[in-house]
Write a new protein. Structure first.
Length: 253
């Protein structure tokens, strides 16, 4: 009898040691007992009873999925290639194992098809100028798809958008035309403002003729500031006024 007890104790000890498992902080064990899901164990040390229980390990760290460049046609009929990266993590190992055969492949396929659909519903300008909006849209849709699988989509980033060469040239010409338009508007606005200022200055000079003489002296100073051989002949403003008054009656005759 004593020998039997020893044998049973030894067998239990061997089975216990055999079923002793250790998981890291970022690992979880999905436990099945006689084929039925009973819960999640870990991290640390735990026991899985041999022949009765089995486990499936799940990594709960954030995973990075580099989605291969996808060719899609935008809403305005431009064919582009979009390269995207997706970040996700498992938040419920039981759902990830029991509700989808291969959650990694499922996430990739869901992200790929969603990206194509979102790009197909967006205009090229929106994709280029509002990438964050497109990224957020893709993230929300994929997260809704993967939520029943116990998976959370943390972030979606559009890395690169490849545009056809002909479209690049057209966009460059459009940008150049827009810059030329802006430059002309600025120049026209400056000329308009300068004409207003000149009109105001001329009115002031008409009110006070001595201001014209001061302006002429200032002009001489500006001309003499540089090394040049320009010869300037100054006529008194009174003489110019007399000549103008004399010319007007003769013109009438």
């Amino acid at each position: 009898m004593g020998s039997l007890i020893i044998v049973v104790a030894f067998a239990c000890s061997v089975l216990g040691i055999t079923g002793l498992k250790i998981d890291r902080e970022y690992e979880r064990a999905v436990i099945f007992r006689l084929g039925r899901f009973i819960g999640i164990r870990g991290p640390g040390v735990y026991v899985v009873f041999p022949f009765v229980e089995e486990r499936a390990k799940v990594d709960i760290r954030t995973k990075t999925v580099d989605i291969a460049p996808q060719e899609a046609v935008t809403a305005d009929g431009v064919t582009i290639k979009v390269n995207t990266v997706l970040y996700y993590r498992v938040i419920d190992g039981g759902k990830a194992i029991n509700r989808v055969e291969n959650y990694q492949s499922a996430v990739y396929q869901a992200a790929m098809t969603t990206l194509r659909n979102v790009v197909g519903q967006s205009y090229l300008d929106d994709i280029l100028k509002n990438r964050d909006k497109v990224n957020q849209t893709v993230q929300n849709i994929v997260d809704e798809i993967t939520e029943p699988w116990g998976i959370e989509i943390e972030r979606v980033e559009m890395k690169d958008v490849e545009i056809p060469t002909s479209m690049q040239r057209a966009m460059a010409l459009e940008a150049e035309a827009a810059r030329e338009k802006t430059a002309r508007i600025i120049r026209a606005s400056a000329e308009q403002e300068a004409s207003i200022k000149l009109a105001e200055a001329s009115a002031k000079i008409m009110e006070n003729p001595i201001a014209l003489e001061l302006r002429r002296l200032q002009m001489l100073t500006e001309i003499g500031a540089t090394n040049n051989t320009t010869t300037v002949v100054m006529l008194p403003s009174d003489l110019v006024t007399l000549a103008k008054n004399w010319a007007e009656p003769n013109k009438k005759e």
